[in-house]
Design a protein around this ligand. Structure first.
Ligand SMILES: C[S@@+](CC[C@H](N)C(=O)[O-])C[C@H]1O[C@@H](n2cnc3c(N)ncnc32)[C@H](O)[C@@H]1O
Length: 352
């Protein structure tokens, strides 16, 4: 499927991103949401877990730092059809510009769908490695290369890319709830929290509200993006924990004890939240569905209309999409995510 955000007669550069295969719908939605935050239009074509991105300004550095489900990204050096020779089709100047003599480099292949067997792939790696070495004088280094050349074999064509690993995914692992100063089992994990902030289009400097903030899993990721965060919850112990977690990231936060049905808050740019569900997070006797319903009735006075700036995660039994539509919102994404022990969550985005 090809998603065209808009098009214009400008020079487009080709880039790629490889996303995690765990939940492809979620990973695709994250890239597409982030494309809207980029300064220029972007054309996205998907080949399984590979997104080919065509845009006047490279989104590569942004995606490596910002997208939770992007594993690696880079620029496309050339594109050939299956029977063409990579070494003949990609000019020597491209290799000289992208692999410096002092750089150690690797050539790896990956295959999307059925295609090349391992013998054919090893052949490509060896031949292209020798060719680049010959042209640039750089040394091959497979374990810790400075420059990674990735040859992606997709149906009908081969994308030859210069690739870099995500910088964010390593950081997200260090920010899991169990590694924060305060931990509670109801806290949202850092990867999902980051994806939700991205789906809601959070930008640095924007205000983000989580009216069920608990220990602050979502607020912490919004804060890492550079947002000003506001959290409220009924449970003051969790609020004290959220404060501990946030104080080690940013000074721009406020947390208050409040019932999500009666929020003493004026306006914010985004709401990103997960109301209580399941056994471990207390609803203090009020059903989650009713809670969300009351919150949704309050949203029009909190959020600006137009942008997809509301992202809610709930259990599939809640009927979040129906509630969003009944509330008069426009439903954006509706994605199911398996969590653990058979628990399935549903993430929806919406705008007024
Ligand atoms: C799933 S946890 C939230 C996790 C949190 N969003 C995070 O990012 O880590 C749900 C939270 O809702 C809170 N809660 C339950 N009923 C509430 C209500 N009526 N108003 C506000 N908070 C409530 C619970 O105390 C609990 O902290």
């Amino acid at each position: 499927m090809e998603i065209i955000f808009t098009s214009s007669d400008v020079y487009l550069m080709d880039c790629f991103a490889q996303v995690s295969g765990e939940n492809l719908d979620l990973a695709k939605a994250e890239i597409e949401a982030l494309a809207r935050l980029c300064p220029t239009d972007m054309v996205i074509s998907w080949f399984g877990r590979i997104a080919k991105l065509q845009t006047p300004v490279s989104p590569v550095e942004f995606l490596l730092d910002r997208a939770a489900l992007v594993q690696r990204a880079g620029v496309l050096l050339g594109e050939v059809i299956h029977d063409e020779s990579i070494t003949e089709m990609i000019s020597d100047d491209i290799w000289r510009a992208n692999v410096l003599p002092a750089d150690k480099f690797s050539v790896r292949t990956m295959c999307i769908g059925r295609g090349y067997d391992s013998r054919k792939r090893t052949e490509i790696e060896k031949d292209l490695g020798a060719h680049i070495q010959n042209i640039t004088g750089a040394e091959v280094e497979l374990r810790a290369p400075k420059t990674q050349i990735l040859v992606i074999i997709v149906p009908k064509r081969i994308l030859v890319c210069k690739s870099s690993e995500s910088r964010l995914r390593r950081l997200l692992r260090t920010r899991e709830p169990g590694k924060k100063p305060f931990f509670h089992p109801t806290m949202m994990n850092s990867t999902l929290a980051r994806v939700m902030c991205n789906l809601a289009g959070v930008r640095p400097g924007n205000t983000v509200l989580d009216p069920f903030c608990g220990g602050g899993g979502i607020l912490c990721e919004a804060s890492h993006i550079g947002a000003v965060v506001v959290g409220s919850d009924l449970n003051w112990r969790l609020l004290a924990g959220a404060k501990r977690n946030l104080s080690e990231i940013s000074a721009q936060y406020s947390v208050l004890q409040a019932d999500a049905r009666y929020l003493p808050i004026q306006t914010v740019n985004h709401i990103v939240t997960d109301p209580p569900y399941g056994r471990s997070s207390s609803t203090r006797g009020t059903e989650s569905k009713k809670l969300i319903d009351s919150l949704l009735r309050r949203v029009p006075s909190l959020l600006q209309p137009g942008e997809e700036n509301l992202c809610v995660c709930g259990s599939t039994e809640m009927g979040l999409p129906e509630m969003i539509l009944d509330g008069g919102f426009t439903l954006g994404r509706d994605i199911r995510v398996s969590v653990h022990r058979g628990l399935v969550r549903e993430i929806v985005t919406a705008n007024l």
